[in-house]
Write a protein that binds this ligand. Structure first.
Ligand SMILES: NC(=O)c1ccc[n+]([C@@H]2O[C@H](COP(=O)([O-])OP(=O)(O)OC[C@H]3O[C@@H](n4cnc5c(N)ncnc54)[C@H](O)[C@@H]3O)[C@@H](O)[C@H]2O)c1
Length: 271
């Protein structure tokens, strides 16, 4: 049976592991060829482990196992010029671009008065400027293709908030704003722009190191400790759960959904 994205090409950032890898594999399974980038090396200031080049190669292997083509390159989303040249080259190789998933991001936890200027700036540069860069280098190709779907990865923190993460919360609210603002202007080109808002997802970001950082932060203000409890009996989602939502938004099943902010969070934003 033909997949929902047969003949399409998708560009995915942060694809070395976690949600980005799940998006690459799921969109490939639905029939899309993939352009994938990731810094695939040391991430600044985070307490969790960074991905490696081998992680990005593994994503490429998994996409090829779905019988799809992939162009996978190391690139920092903060580097607009390099990203543009990789995407332009990927489109030359794969023929077109229809879907964009701006997924790369970092999360640094710290109480407000331990948040450094470097921590705040790096978070905004990666999670906001990086997403803006991603749309700016790819939207012209979607216009050429006659339309498409752009999905920006925000967070539970971009609809409610994440305590002990002022920079992360601000960045993910900005992503929600980027989705709406781009949706308004790109709509006349038949380009839909939506944001997804995961709760906690079991990836390299949500590790024991992060849980320890959160536990230490909660000690500074214990009343915030229960915020974001899911209603459903699961503390976290799998990356594939978010990929299912991304595949839906990328497909024609969502052809009149734009400027929307879709939560996959087991209800935690309402707790
Ligand atoms: N894991 C969670 O609980 C959770 C919850 C809500 C939202 N998110 C968001 O989901 C997205 C994916 O995160 P994940 O959970 O898969 O974590 P992850 O750390 O496993 O994956 C993020 C990927 O982005 C890449 N990346 C980070 N900075 C980059 C840069 N400057 N340039 C290029 N690549 C870069 C990393 O190398 C990594 O491979 C992020 O935007 C994150 O903020 C995560």
């Amino acid at each position: 049976m033909a997949g929902k994205l047969e003949g399409k090409v998708a560009f995915i950032t942060g694809a070395a592991r976690g949600q980005g890898r799940a998006h690459a594999v799921r969109l490939a399974r639905e029939g899309a060829d993939i352009i994938a980038i990731d810094v695939a090396g040391p991430l600044p200031l985070v307490v969790y482990e960074s991905p490696t080049e081998e992680d990005l190669r593994e994503t490429a292997r998994l996409v090829k196992a779905e019988n799809r083509r992939i162009v996978a390159e190391r690139c920092d989303v903060r580097d607009l010029a390099t990203m543009r040249s990789i995407v332009d080259d990927g489109v030359r190789q794969l023929g077109r671009l229809d879907i964009v998933v701006a997924n790369a991001g970092i999360c640094i936890l710290a109480p407000w008065d331990e948040t450094t200027p470097e921590n705040f700036q790096t978070t905004i540069d990666t999670n906001v400027v990086g997403v803006w860069n991603t749309v700016m280098v790819s939207a012209p190709h979607l216009i050429t293709a006659g339309g498409g779907s752009i999905i920006l990865t925000s967070s539970y923190a971009g609809k409610k908030m994440q305590p002990f993460a002022v920079g992360y919360t601000a960045s993910k609210h900005a992503v929600t704003g980027l989705a709406r603002a781009f949706a308004a202007e790109l709509g006349r080109h038949r380009i839909r722009v939506n944001s997804v808002h995961p709760g906690t997802v079991k990836t390299g970001m949500a590790t024991a190191d992060m849980q320890n950082a959160m536990a230490r932060a909660i000690e500074t203000n214990p009343s915030l400790g229960n915020m974001g409890t899911p209603f459903l009996p699961a503390w976290a989602m799998e990356a594939e759960d978010i990929a299912g939502a991304v595949a839906f938004l990328a497909s024609d099943d969502a052809r009149f959904i734009t400027s929307e902010h879709l939560s996959i969070d087991a209800g935690m934003q309402y707790f």
